[in-house]
Write a protein that binds this ligand. Structure first.
Ligand code: SAM
Length: 296
């Protein structure tokens, strides 16, 4: 393998000059310059197991090279077209890597991974752009398909705290309840701003989400979409009590119907969404479906 020092700020600047590129703030570009971190993240994602990895936002290929060493096959989706020639250069000796120039938000992730990984199971690993963290996580979980086994991502510490929060805490919200439906999330380690070029204003944390196979999910709502509507209603109106929030999210349900529905399931109608877990949201969603009040 080539011995590129992709974590050296001097080498990064040399690359940028040579390929006539600059840091694109609009794409959340903060490149890793602490060599220990990409190694640690790649190992946390694939470990010694090999397998297939989808990387989002390879940048100049720093983590991609680590993944290439540990995994059998790597697909890396990068939105910034000006980085593609750089990646062709820095990954020229990584034969198991396929670089795709696309916006991950526009990709059909199930089809893409089925194709590049020939139908095998896969992991996602990324130093995510902070401007779009939550939408990317939700897209991965909703559209990653049943072959997605884990998601290891570096994100803002504040978002990591929300994803891994316990019900009843101030960080607990719709992203916590939604992620908990798809898998179990764990905070692994934090990374200081000085590990990036340019340095971001916030601290980062690496989180690993182990994804349940669909038939192993502990919570099985009758209608997933209705459960997600309940979750977003509950947290969309944080100051409201749950009956008010539910009735705002389900126009067919009056406030008193919502109170009655909650009471029939054994909940105090003054309960707030923050106090409930994913299983509670599924139970409420099922009752809304049973009563035929999901439409409208
Ligand atoms: N992986 C590199 C590293 O760790 O040094 C770069 C990480 S940087 C925080 C985020 C990367 O994601 C950038 O390369 C950026 O261009 C890319 N990116 C931003 N939005 C994207 C999107 N919607 N789809 C794919 N890549 C994206």
């Amino acid at each position: 393998m080539e011995n590129f020092d992709l974590c050296s700020p001097a080498f990064i600047r040399e690359l940028m000059e040579r390929f006539n590129i600059s840091f694109r703030h609009e794409f959340g570009q903060n490149f890793l310059i602490n060599g220990a971190i990409p190694k640690k993240i790649a190992a946390a994602s694939v470990g010694g197991s090999g397998g297939c990895v989808l990387e989002i936002g390879p940048g100049i290929g720093t983590m991609t090279r680590e993944l290439s060493r540990l995994a059998d096959t790597v697909a890396a989706v990068e939105i910034d077209r000006s980085l593609i020639p750089v990646l062709e250069y820095t990954l020229s000796d990584c034969e198991n890597v396929t670089v795709i120039n696309n916006d991950i938000m526009k990709c059909d992730i199930d089809a893409l991974t089925r194709d590049v990984f020939c139908g095998r199971e896969y992991h996602v690993c990324a130093n995510l752009p902070y401007y779009i963290t939550t939408p990317i996580i939700m897209k991965l979980l909703e559209e990653g398909g049943e072959r997605l086994r884990s998601v290891t991502i570096m994100i803002q510490t504040e978002v990591a705290a929300r994803i891994t929060a316990a019900p009843g805490t101030s960080e607990y919200g719709s992203i916590t309840a939604s992620v908990a439906y798809f898998g179990t999330a764990k905070r692994l380690f934090t990374v200081s701003p000085g590990s990036f070029l340019p340095a971001p204003k916030v601290t980062s944390t690496v989180v690993r989400i182990d994804i349940y196979r669909p038939d192993e999910r502990p919570v099985k709502p009758r209608d997933e979409k209705v459960m997600f509507r309940v979750i977003s209603a509950a947290f969309g109106q944080r100051r409201k009590t749950l009956p008010n929030a539910l009735s705002a999210g389900f126009p067919a349900l009056s406030k008193s119907d919502a109170s009655d529905l909650l009471a029939s399931l054994g909940y105090d109608p003054r309960v707030r969404g923050e106090a409930l877990g994913t299983a509670d949201f599924a139970k409420i969603a099922d009752e809304i479906v049973n009563r035929g009040e999901a439409n409208g």
